[in-house]
Design a protein around this ligand. Structure first.
Ligand SMILES: Nc1ncnc2c1ncn2[C@@H]1O[C@H](COP(=O)(O)OP(=O)(O)OP(=O)(O)O)[C@@H](O)[C@H]1O
Ligand SMILES: [Mg+2]
Length: 255
């Protein structure tokens, strides 16, 4: 099962959520791959993976696809281990930004799907983190995935942007990946005391969008786990926000 976490708006929680869902999957004993398609590399960093000049990354994997790589490598060569059992990363690197235009002009958007299909034989679950743009990489991820999850940060601009987001995703689905399932919207940084989040969530419900029941609170522990480079299920397994994340994981898995 390949799931992509996508929202073209920045800072809504894509990297936090994709890394933590992958970590929770790994903690439960499933061999899990986190694919980081954002040149910022936030998920790679959060999962504790350091990139050196010799590290093979997802950018190298794309370079191989266009034939820029001298020695052909199997897809597994680009996968890096983490300090956490069962959790592996296909890491980002800044070169993603420099090769994007070339990949786009050569119509390589469908190649990620082939690679991840090959890796599906080795992994029980694949989570894909995307950049905050509807660009080559997010399109490739939406073509490669079985399902998409949309983090929503209870912000007025996010609510305004969601229709355009869904139009974009549905175009990819219609044209290239009809089996793509809209798993649901993940309410992040939810504050039950404030009026605006409930009003915005009400608007999403009126539009008929699928929303997960579990909402993620805003917590300083999220930021602390980022600086510790340790996803929440390992950093603070019994904290409220970790429990919410685990409940969300079960909802996504249909448990
Ligand atoms: N539940 C939460 N509680 C507290 N802080 C949060 C929570 N979720 C996300 N954040 C914070 O919000 C910021 C953005 O989160 P994150 O990087 O996961 O978003 P993103 O959508 O991946 O951003 P980008 O679009 O830049 O890739 C980070 O500083 C993160 O620590
Ligand atoms: Mg991110």
């Amino acid at each position: 099962m390949k799931r992509v976490v996508f929202n073209q708006k920045g800072g809504v929680g894509k990297s936090t959520i994709s890394t933590n869902l992958a970590a929770e999957s790994a903690r439960r004993g499933l061999k899990t791959l986190l694919v980081d398609l954002d040149a910022q590399g936030n998920s790679t960093h959060y999962a504790g993976v350091d990139i050196s000049d010799d590290t093979l990354t997802v950018a190298d994997m794309f370079k191989q696809i266009v034939g820029w790589f001298s020695k052909p490598q199997p897809a597994t060569a680009f996968v890096q281990p983490t300090a956490f059992d069962n959790l592996f990363v296909l890491p980002a690197d800044p070169a993603l930004a420099t090769i994007e235009r070339e990949l786009e002009s050569r119509y390589k958007m469908f190649k990620l799907r082939e690679t991840l299909d090959a890796l599906s034989k080795d992994f029980d679950r694949i989570y894909i983190d995307t950049p905050p743009n509807f660009n080559f990489y997010s399109k490739a991820a939406l073509i490669a995935a079985d399902a998409f999850l949309v983090p929503f940060d209870c912000d007025h601009f996010s609510a305004q942007a969601i229709e355009r987001l869904l139009d974009n995703v549905m175009e990819i689905k219609d044209d290239h990946n009809q089996a793509l399932d809209f798993a649901g919207v993940i309410i992040n940084q939810y504050n039950p005391q404030a009026k605006l989040p409930s009003a915005l969530i009400g608007e999403l419900e009126e539009k008929g969008l699928p929303l997960f029941d579990t909402r993620l609170s805003s917590s300083v522990k999220v930021k602390e786990s980022h600086s510790a480079r340790m996803p929440l299920p390992f950093f603070m397994p019994s904290h409220k926000v970790t429990k919410q994340l685990m409940a969300l994981y079960e909802e996504i898995e249909g448990e």
